[in-house]
Design a binder for this molecule. Structure first.
Ligand code: 13P
Length: 254
């Protein structure tokens, strides 16, 4: 399948896997995916497994991502992790503003934009998550919510930084529920997000930005979702916790 942009498929392990389990998973993925060149593949383990996973994937085609970071570069922020600390483990990507953090940690668009700027300052690529809740979907507010989240969480980025940013469209009602957005819903939301980026930045940047879909992505629905023109990859939760399902999502997307 010829795509305009190289697919980027990332596994968000969330708060799962101790070090031994993380190493098992990564060894299996390395074995299964050694031949893959067509897709940028990223794993995002919890902070506590970054060091060991990092060592295992140095010589592989897998890249490392983190699930969050501080907006500050260092100092008296107990419990926080700075972007430069992630760089020590060869982390290349960082998920920002996941809906779980927006919901449980009350992360705002303004905070997410500060984190995105802090990530770019050390050449970490942010994966910025946006998406509407079920109530917002049912209230016909999807576009309004996406417009607010995109405007706010990308505020202050230069065009160059935007070009190096990944967006993940994750409708909250599809996360961990087994309910996937239809291909039309996903394509529609992705095209809309791209049009917002074109307005906020420019057409060239908008054409370059990769927009992942996230929410109950499985081997069985990956091919159809990835075949949509504005769907440039996936951010996978539950199905990224097993070698078989994550590897099959990637293989089915090629
Ligand atoms: P699921 O794939 O488990 O629905 O999770 C999606 C997600 O939140 C990825 O960030």
């Amino acid at each position: 399948m010829e795509k305009e942009r190289k697919l980027i498929i990332a596994g968000n392990w969330k708060m799962n896997k101790n070090v031994a389990e993380a190493l098992d998973l990564i060894q299996g993925l390395k074995r299964e995916l050694v031949q893959v060149k067509e897709v940028d593949m990223v794993v995002c383990p919890p902070f506590t497994a970054l060091s060991e996973v990092s060592k295992q994937i140095l010589d592989s085609n897998l890249r490392l991502g983190a699930q969050n970071m501080s907006e500050h570069s260092g100092g008296a922020y107990t419990g926080e992790v700075a972007a430069m600390m992630l760089k020590e483990f060869s982390v290349r990507y960082v998920i920002l503003g996941h809906s779980e953090r927006r919901q449980y940690q009350k992360e705002s668009d303004e905070l997410i934009s500060k984190k995105a700027l802090a990530a770019h300052a050390v050449e970490l690529k942010p994966i910025i998550c946006v998406g509407e809740t079920l109530a917002e979907l049912e209230g016909g507010k999807t576009e309004q919510v996406l417009a607010t989240q995109i405007r706010g969480s990308l505020a202050g980025l230069t065009k160059e930084q935007m070009g190096e940013t990944v967006i993940a469209y994750e409708p909250v009602w599809a996360i961990g529920t087994g309910k996937t957005a239809s291909t039309e819903q996903a394509q529609g939301a992705h095209a809309y997000i791209r049009s917002l980026i074109a307005k906020q930045f420019d057409d060239t940047v908008a054409r370059r930005v990769r927009i992942q879909y996230g929410g109950s992505v499985k081997p069985a629905n990956a091919r159809e979702l990835m075949s949509q023109p504005d769907v440039d990859g996936a951010l996978v939760g539950g199905a990224a916790l097993e070698v078989r399902s994550f590897a099959d999502i990637i293989k089915n997307s090629i």
